[in-house]
Design a protein around this ligand. Sequence first.
Ligand code: ADP
Length: 398
Amino acid sequence: MTFPVVGMVGGGQLARMTHAAGIPLGIRFKLLSDTAQDSAAQTVGDVVVGDYRDLDTLRAFARGCDVVTFDHEHVPTEHLRALEADGVRVRPGPDALVHAQDKGVMRARLDALGVPCPRHRIVRDPRDVAAFAAELQEDRPAEPSGPAGDGRRGGRTVVLKTVRGGYDGKGVWVVDAADEAAAAEPFKAGVPVLAEEKVDFVRELAANVVRSPHGQAVAYPVVESRQVDGVCDTVIAPAPDLADDLALRAQELALRIAQELDVVGHLAVELFQTPDGEVLVNELAMRPHNSGHWTQDGAVTSQFANHVRAVLDLPLGDPRPRARWTVMCNVLGGDYPDMYAAYLHCMARDPQLKIHMYGKDVKPGRKVGHVNTYGDDLDDVLERARHAAGYLRGTIVE
Ligand code: ADP
């Protein structure tokens, strides 16, 4: 067998969908999963159940792989360096991945590259939060109220983030710097905290690119990403009414970050669009990303297929859209545990609907799947995706 083995660390839905994308190419796949029940462990044949925080486990896993890649960014950076020293192909490599692991490292590097970011500071003490807020206040005396603002005056609202380990809004606190108890909360984890200005953004965008070791890169259309309670809810591709020059700048920014950081694989650059028509980088993810799930049905080559190609250093596939509009809505768990029962109605109502389920137990608020719809009329495409996601969840009943 000459076909290579891609090893993926982490058994979540990203691994499940990456595995699926490699099947038509005959790529062999090996998984390191926390449990045999994880989303990807249910579908991958060659599964090692083990702890990704244990170097010996990682070493044994990597021995059977031609390349090792990731479904999450939680593998300790020093373990990845040890694997590289053993001669393992780790993609993306630790020196790139650390920017997706540690928000402090990411901010410092983007500053050095001159990439626009929210104003920020690493803080070690709640008193530093108040000092940071006071500085922001000097620069900008009143915070605007508006869709993203909270109407508080005085510029004392700041966003605090644990530098490592956050996801889906966990590890992010929006606090009034004057509220000492609230400002103290993020410090309880005992890791440094990144304080940021609360950006009064118009909307959130994502510029997704894929880069290979030989330096080829492709850029997907810039998408709009809508969050509910800190969790991605809807992605619209391409972002509606986005000026061509801003879309191009966002794509160029993402490609430049991928090159400068030597990223291999899929890179999601989460962005805030500001009222003055600029973009600020919120965060980076170096793996397939929720903002790219639309590509499964809406692009010539999906983010998953391109991630597989990139980590194997194969030529990348065409990232262009296949429809005028594609909409992705996440399916979150609701009170209604039997989602399969909803298939009959959803499929009969919309034969073009694409349903992707992750094999996860339905728990309230948990991402258990997503749907994709596409077409020429954005309102219609949006309505169909929202209906299907709501019906599967049980919040829409007809
Ligand atoms: P996570 O690691 O959970 O993805 P993010 O840094 O992406 O954390 O933050 C989650 C959400 O919180 C963002 O999608 C955005 O809606 C909001 N947010 C984060 N940082 C800021 C900021 N500086 N200003 C305003 N909103 C923010």
